[in-house]
Design a binder for this molecule. Sequence first.
Ligand SMILES: Nc1ncnc2c1ncn2[C@@H]1O[C@H](COP(=O)(O)OP(=O)(O)OP(=O)(O)O)[C@@H](O)[C@H]1O
Ligand SMILES: [Mg+2]
Length: 258
Amino acid sequence: MTTQAGMNEPVISLRDVRADLGSRPVLRGIDLTVARGEVVALLGANGSGKSTAIRTIIGQVPASAGRVELFGTERERFRDWARVGYVPQRTTAAGGVPATVTEIVSSGRLSRARFGVLRKADHAAVRRALELVGMADRAKDSVNALSGGQHQRVLIARALAAEPELLIMDEPMAGVDLASQEVLARTLREQVAAGTTVLLVLHELGPLEPLIDRAVVLRDGCVLHDGPPPKAVGQHALPGHDHVHPHEPGPPRTGLLG
Ligand SMILES: Nc1ncnc2c1ncn2[C@@H]1O[C@H](COP(=O)(O)OP(=O)(O)OP(=O)(O)O)[C@@H](O)[C@H]1O
Ligand SMILES: [Mg+2]
């Protein structure tokens, strides 16, 4: 771990952040703090503002009011993006030019490479990231030849290749089968054990539940809950479902399908 000024600062700090999209208020005054080493889940119904909050943090959406800080630095002045790994919410649209798995993951390493040239240590980091997500045997394949879940693993490997101190993932489990979910959970567990700070958007905690320190639930652009993860975050526990009925004992809940 690097010893730098601002060690005790939160890794992410949002204070009364507002954001508008297409003249519509989407974030209506959000506070969110993620301390070093913490694993925070951002939960909430579709359209509640989770992705917008994430995109405000990484600078893809401007805040119309409030303050966003990364590693104790105002986001506008933050330049150290090699410390941040970001896995965007997966879109269904396929990209243009087909790239290989190795090319995609290597692109995540460019922020660390001197003059944009990958050296031995960089190639090793790319290989390590691919091994972590169980995709080393597909390194030379075109990403077009992958399933949705495999593609998602490659995007996660790309973020891990930079060996970030802060990992931000928007619904990494969406559309991913149970086997891949377990690979991702194991990968995340290793990152967390190594001290990585994690903020991730989830629809439910699923197999990641034991890793989550704190949950922040959004509703309609506001923070509804910030504290221990809600016990049963299935469809029924999300905002919009006011009565939470206890789950019958039965087969173990299996993440997205549970
Ligand atoms: N580019 C945009 N222009 C206008 N409105 C937008 C834009 N992007 C998102 N929105 C709106 O902002 C609100 C929040 O969207 P956001 O994507 O942050 O929600 P979310 O919580 O991530 O939802 P999901 O669970 O479906 O991913 C939604 O009502 C959405 O329609
Ligand atoms: Mg979203």
